[in-house]
Design a protein around this ligand. Sequence first.
Ligand code: SF4
Length: 333
Amino acid sequence: MADQEDIVLEARDVTRTFMISAGFMKGKKPLHAVNGINLKVPRGEVLGLVGESGCGKSTLAKMLLGLLPPTAGMLYVGGTPTSEMERLDMARKVQPVFQDPYSSLNPRKTIGDIISLPVRVQGGDAAAGGKDLRLRVEEIMELVGLPRRLYRNFPNQLSGGQRQRVAVARALINRPEVVICDEPTSALDVSVQSQILNLLQDLRSELNLTYIVISHNLAVVEHMATRVAVMYLGRLVEVADTDSLFDNPQHPYTKALLQSVLTPDPNLDVPDAGLGVAYPNPVDPPSGCTFHPRCVDCMDHCSVVAPRTIPTKTGLVECHLYDENQGRGRQAS
Ligand code: SF4
């Protein structure tokens, strides 16, 4: 376990609840998009975050970026509660790289303007003057593999891979501590995906960055992440180092997700857990273990009793199969 001072991001019982309409004349019901998450991310780690659409990944990412406050629990960046941080201070420390470099770059701004925007808005050591800022932008362009001559070009004059490099440069110019990579390559041609992944890897080592990599594509997560967190209906159901998770998954949901990757369907970008039962409505989640209607290992008490969080060698698992206290489980290896 890393020392406390090495923890760059921490979630303590973080919950985000939305009140949404339950239907005509039925009032509102709570939707727990993120439900009591505990997580520590040491500096330099690449944490992969996986799960089906609607599992809460994006809501968690928005909270980590300071775009949404938790409705309960506490988030810490560098040991400081985010509730005590100014929005711009938070933005300097945690930056996003979004999925689609086509829509995330303003088409009317030059590459130089786009990359320098965080410095101009958030401040930072490169904001000292126009000349220094230009130099800083050109340096970061070089770092991400963009020729300096593109400074005055517009996004539509660049390739998809170059645009994503612009997005990476914009994220890094204020030297954040954490970068949230939300599907960083899914909008790119296959031929340039590995270039961007390798660039992100190189930059992490060079700048001692911490990444949260959110992806439907488990191959991307396996390639990049040092540890993986699996989300289901707002909960972390398994966290483990990458080799352990891919070689020896513990939770039945993780096993199903990994099996979905083996489906030789080139159109299947989003994992189809292949469980034969649809993803539950998060407004009306199943009782007990929320995965029980889809679980091939479901036992009698699974529909009644929610599993507790069980620490494992490299993370955690939430499943009665591994709970010694249930008196019928087997210990996670
Ligand atoms: Fe399956 Fe029961 Fe484990 Fe839930 S607690 S994943 S239903 S075995």
